[in-house]
Design a protein around this ligand. Sequence first.
Ligand SMILES: *[C@@H]1O[C@H](CO)[C@@H](O)[C@H](O)[C@H]1NC(C)=O
Length: 351
Amino acid sequence: MALQNEAQDDWFERFKEFCMVNPILMGTLTSVVFLIVCWTIRDSLKIKDVREKYVFITGCDSGFGNLLAQRLHKRGFGVIAACLTEKGSQDLKACTSPALRTVILNVTNPRSIANAVEYVASETGKKGLFGLVNNAGRATPIGPTDWLDMEDFHRVLDVNLIGLIEVTLKFLPLLKKAQGRVVNVASVMGRLAFGGGGYCLSKCGVESFSDSLRRDMQYFGVKVSIIEPGFFKTGVTSLDVIEKDLNRLWNRLAPEVKCSYGDKYFDKYLKIQRLSMNTFCDADISKVTNCMEHALIARYPRTRYGAGWDAKLFWLPLSYAPAVVADKMLKLILPRPLGSKRVLSKNQVDV
Ligand SMILES: *[C@@H]1O[C@H](CO)[C@@H](O)[C@H](O)[C@H]1NC(C)=O
């Protein structure tokens, strides 16, 4: 006992000495550790009862939405999974149980949205809707900007942004009733735009819409979270779909535009895209659904969730870097058109 006290006194003496020498450093360190511990505890607190709480998820045919529906169903939430296709809905029901409800939803069709709202209102009754997960989305057409026309932009924006806004507006009365939560799926490409087309615009729009929504809805107890996944293997990043659509874009290009890129550009573009997608795309999509689950189950959901190591360590930090740094990095990754300044001047020198 006496020995222990002595050892303790010794340790305490040395600690006191250290603090006396570095009071500011010690104060700062202690505060930082204290804040991290407090934040971690706060972040791990959960809501009490999950049963009798209803969550509506869009885009459940495959990918994040499909896995999230199964996960939340297992946890005991009342899950209403919206699928685009009848087949998607049947497959999801087949691997869960009849207690999981599904509804067919095309987010670009106002009548379809109205139907879904009516169904959810009747299922949830007086309780209202606890969670709305806006997950439905598409990436194609995506490619160099001067390969695209307005129709290409509309096709993505109508689903990812306009559709998401309309679904949210129509469900807000039910969400306010339950003091519920909105979870919107954006992307790292909403923070750092590269690859032309509606995708980056739509995801940037989702970030902005979600920020306004969060600030407007805080008075009603409705919370809003944004998920920012990096690259994951899902239907959205399917190379088959993206390459097929790129073929369509390349084949319809006017001869002078094709000429400015050069014959070899298209094949190089596909090769580099294949290589980078195969390197970057993570097959473990539960990293994304874990964030979505936290946003629904935590007592204090976070405002933003970066999902995946590429998002946390590369894309999101790069989005804070000066534009010139991001431009140089992306230039290293993407192929160079034949008509680019450097190639032209090199050719001139060669001649
Ligand atoms: C979704 O609705 C839009 C607008 O009504 C329609 O053009 C499109 O074909 C529909 N998509 C599917 C997959 O049903």
